[in-house]
Write a protein that binds this ligand. Sequence first.
Ligand code: F6P
Length: 358
Amino acid sequence: MKRRIGILTSGGDCPGLNACIRGVARASYSQFDTTILGIQDGYAGLISGDYKEMKQSDFSGILTLGGTILGTRRTPFRDMRVIGEDNVDKVKSMKENYKKMKLDCLVCLGGNGTHKTANLLSEEGLNVIGLPKTIDNDIWGTDVTFGFHTAVDIATEVIDRIHTTAASHGRCMVIEIMGNKAGWLTLYSGIAGGADIILLPEIPYDIDIVADAVRRRAEAGKDFSIVAVAEGAMTVQEAAMKKKERAAFREETGFSGIAARIAKELEAKVGVEARAVVPGHVQRGGTPSAYDRMLSTVFGVHAAQLIAKEEYGQAVAMIGNKVGHNPLSEVAGKTKFVPQDAQAVKAARSMGISLGDK
Ligand code: F6P
């Protein structure tokens, strides 16, 4: 059995991409006669024809390496069918390059946008497999994505370190955790780091309720507070606005980030000294945790098994603690948000952590 496999990483990078690439490669080389073509910078490389034949040795020594050896780009799905100033028909080019590379299949490692384009290519007749990476953990149909738990570890360490400086100064520290649409990373690291207030995009907050929570702590003799806020969190008022309206409102009111705004408001409302902390892309950098090395490896191996069986048009997933897959057509276009009744949400509330809504 012979297989020519194209592989690409698309969207924001995360720890575990290389471990997953390695999993696909090693399981393929050991199961069938394999040729792997590495496509540079995600779909951008598939469009422009930037790829190279990989050697087996290219996949050695990359298990612990952060980022991606293939490079990555954001090539938005919404533009895929739009012909821009460069006059390039992106979908046509991707199909032509797939043919030129004589691929039996294309393996796409990425998040929601990547899976949408993977599905588009599958609908266009290419053999495609998706692999779920993102620190946001928001891909539909999988219990967990690789990269998420490493980011939880990093964000938790940030909160831990902030704790000691917050306590020493008697300050309110507002830490902005990545996650624009989904609050998984903030919820998990907030609980793990012992945050007092956790604000998620899925649960719009009221700043007066947040201020009350800080005040109550002060009254109970705790002169410091930790707020973990997702970068995409919003007030009840903002949540009622359309996206454009919200952007305009924020511009008018001099918005420069959610943590900065909340810190300023808490100083004004409670009279505490507050600071905003934005760890940013640190949360996506560096070596994957042992858990993510394991998860991305088993995901990669599962992709190789699908290739062996010629079972294409699938997105690899963890389903009820078992590695499996869902049709790409079912995954594409959906987001796995934090449900209001998520176990971790209920646990946070039961412990008296304020989620800013009641
Ligand atoms: O999707 C991962 C993520 O880190 C999000 O949490 C964040 O909102 C976004 O990417 C940041 O994107 P960029 O790296 O393009 O600034």
